[in-house]
Design a protein. Structure first.
Length: 89
């Protein structure tokens, strides 16, 4: 876990307007951001991705950063995940 990999951070937001705002703010902070709407649960998520070394402190810092920038838009950090350093087959 010492090699950089893409980490996806999930930010829950209440609506499309908040999703667009949080996506723009995250992109300004260097994340690749995209929005996702789940029709079954009627929820919006902004997926904010960054290539980084998956150290505990770095992940906690990124979640805190995303939490802080999403709060004014009624959003909150809602977890993270990664496919690691998978190679295409």
């Amino acid at each position: 876990m010492s090699a950089p990999m893409v980490i996806d951070f999930f930010v829950a937001v209440p609506n499309t307007e908040a999703a667009a705002s949080v996506s723009d703010l995250a992109a300004a902070k260097g994340y690749t951001a995209r929005t996702d709407f789940d029709k079954e649960s009627n929820t919006w998520t902004v997926v904010c991705s960054r290539r980084m070394i998956p150290a505990y402190a770095a992940i906690v810092d990124a979640q805190a950063e995303l939490d802080a920038l999403s709060k004014p838009h009624s959003g909150m950090s809602d977890g993270w995940g990664s496919l690691g350093n998978m190679k295409a087959s």
